[in-house]
Design a binder for this molecule. Structure first.
Ligand code: GAL
Length: 504
């Protein structure tokens, strides 16, 4: 059986507890008296080799306690929630009363801000008598989640809903695995609501198959505001400025650039550098249409060179750290700068580090006129009609203006709606929104976050970039030749068959 966790927090909230999480994403329950108790989730064992977080010896005791209180307080809702959770795990048999529906959602959001953001949606669903059960497969950028989702589908054990981003949406839709819910779109006039890029992304074959949540900007350079003020440094707009700031920070004993060796994090940095050394058209030639000439081009050469050059400003050897850990280096002032998607902003805020006080963000040098984007989406798995109403409700609620504003404020992303409430956005989000709303000419799909190409091509390209980054004996030219050679055998799609593959 694949791994999943069943969320209990709505029961706890009903009973007057609140859920708090530390910066690693571990959740705890706080009573009104401010007593901190371990969080009461329970895990289902896994044959996939995935770790089950939050599983400790206190959980069963607390679980029994909470169930007892929930049942005896005669809170019908809490009782039913308990039943449906247990039923999903196969522990309790018996009918679920018709009024209460439950959906299991497979995703990789485990950090403090990610949890808080989806809690907004789960909370709204609870008001509609729909219980949200987390199936969390931790792992930045969703590497593990994709694998578990595939296995569960093959085993005939698909969740109702899954986080599935980018090109994978069209691939899965082509296989007939996704629920089409066009009536939700037509009744909600979705075609008028969203940015065209988002609209095309979620209806790859002319049928709606995904609900969009938010848009992240990848080409974001975060800097520690206190350190920059202390040393009288201006946020770098050019690589020369970056270099002089980095050299000064290094002299002061501060790591200039926080970086992890996790492949997706190296790829996140590299794709930004490629954009910085070229433009949207060239970037697409490399990562969307995968033309071999692009990999042999001088602009690709320069991007690789810059990637290697930047290593001298990182803590060596570069460690395999989660994005939460590298973001923490920035927050603590151990590192001065960080290139990361703006989910890092959500996380910093969730730790109580406000935008423009503890940190601020600018575009990575030479990318200010682009928005390297990543759209978070939920797909509904085509199962049986019994779940359709709840699945459609999730989609409807996900795009409501209030939810969009609240969710994206917490998550660090921007709304997928064309006319969001700008007053709710901080300076980073406002500049992200302004850039994205300029249209497709400035929008560049992220390779690392699955917006540019299929999974096989993405992994093959990233593997070469990572080899190059980790091993200084591999030359730039060798890496270019290898990528150009590989590109001949990568799957190619017809231009224009989805949002990512269209030159617009
Ligand atoms: C991205 C995803 C973000 C965030 C990030 C780190 O792929 O779109 O929402 O979760 O990974 O895991």
């Amino acid at each position: 059986m694949a791994s999943y966790l069943l969320r209990r927090e709505h029961i706890l909230l009903d009973l007057g507890y609140s859920v708090i999480r530390d910066k690693e994403g571990s959740a705890k329950v706080q009573t009104k008296q401010k007593k901190v108790l371990p969080y009461v989730e329970f895990g289902i064992s896994t044959s996939m080799g995935c770790k089950l977080p939050l599983y400790n010896w206190l959980a069963p005791i607390l679980l029994s306690l909470v169930n007892f209180v929930a049942l005896s307080s005669a809170q019908a809702q809490a009782q039913l929630t308990t039943q449906s959770s247990a039923q999903l795990s196969g522990q309790i048999q018996g009918p679920i009363p018709a009024a209460i529906q439950s959906v299991q959602v497979l995703h990789w959001w485990k950090s403090a801000s990610e949890h808080k953001a989806i809690d907004v949606l789960a909370g709204r669903l609870a008001q509609e008598n729909i219980v949200w059960h987390d199936a969390i497969i931790p792992g930045g950028s969703g590497i593990g989640a994709g694998i578990v989702l595939k296995s569960r589908i093959l085993a005939g054990n698909a969740p109702e809903i899954a986080q599935l981003n980018g090109v994978m949406i069209s691939q899965w839709a082509n296989l007939g695995l996704l629920l089409e819910f066009d009536t939700v779109a037509s009744s909600g006039k979705w075609d008028k609501l969203f940015f065209p890029t988002v609209w095309e992304l979620i209806q790859p074959r002319g049928h709606l198959v995904a609900a969009p949540l938010g848009i992240h900007r990848i080409n974001t350079l975060f800097y520690n505001k206190k350190i920059f003020s202390k040393y009288n440094l201006a946020p770098p707009e050019t690589w020369d400025e970056f270099e002089s700031a980095a050299e000064l920070l290094q002299k002061k004993g501060i790591v200039p650039l926080a970086q992890s060796s996790e492949p997706w994090q190296i790829a996140t940095l590299f794709e930004t550098l490629l954009l910085s050394e070229s433009d949207a058209t060239f970037y697409r030639a490399a990562f969307v249409t995968k033309e071999s000439r692009a990999f042999n081009d001088l602009r690709f050469f320069r991007a690789l060179q810059r990637l290697r050059f930047l290593k001298k400003f990182m803590q060596l050897p570069v460690q395999e750290q989660s994005w939460i850990e590298v973001t923490h280096l920035l927050a603590s002032g151990d590192a001065g700068m960080l290139v990361m998607g703006d989910w890092a902003k959500g996380e910093l805020n969730a730790w109580g580090v406000p935008t423009d006080v503890g940190f601020a963000c600018v575009a990575v040098p030479n990318t200010a006129n682009y928005h390297l984007y990543d759209v978070d989406t939920l797909v509904m798995l085509a199962k049986d009609n019994a779940s359709r109403a709840s699945q459609e409700k999730v989609a409807q609620l996900a795009v409501s203006p209030l939810l969009q504003a609240e969710y994206n404020q917490i998550k660090g992303s921007i709304s997928v709606l064309r006319n969001p409430d700008l007053s709710k956005m901080d300076s980073c989000s406002r500049s992200s929104w302004k850039m994205f709303s300029r249209g497709s000419a400035v929008q560049v799909p992220s390779l690392a976050h699955r917006m540019a190409t299929d999974e096989i091509s993405k992994d093959a390209i990233i593997a070469e970039i990572v080899r190059f980054f980790m091993d200084d004996t591999i030359s730039v030219a060798d890496t270019q030749h290898r990528l150009a050679a590989i590109s001949h055998s990568l799957p190619k799609r017809k231009a224009g068959n989805d949002a990512q593959n269209t030159y617009r």
